[in-house]
Design a protein around this ligand. Sequence first.
Ligand SMILES: [Mg+2]
Length: 109
Amino acid sequence: MEKNNGIKYKSISLPRLNNLKPNIESTALKLMEEAGELAQIIGKFRGLNGEKFEMTEKEVIEKMSEELLDVAQVAVSMMFVLEETYNVDIEEKVQQHIQKLIRKKYIRE
Ligand SMILES: [Mg+2]
């Protein structure tokens, strides 16, 4: 998606997991676990040119995408915890986050 300032945005919509009772600790721990799984598959991708081929590049990329979404899902779950338990305004935080990216010159307006 592209807003009229020329900056591209990726919008994804992930559900609140209503069959779990997440809290700060459980989501933070899960986030690290999922980040570890992502790191592991990236390690496999790096090793693709080595001797062993247990997965094709396509399979590794597919798995990488799945693990990345696991990371995003846990991040979203943690956002729900911050909103619902600690009254954090995530929309406001998103705007502050974008301003920070501009300030750090990671994006230009
Ligand atoms: Mg995973």
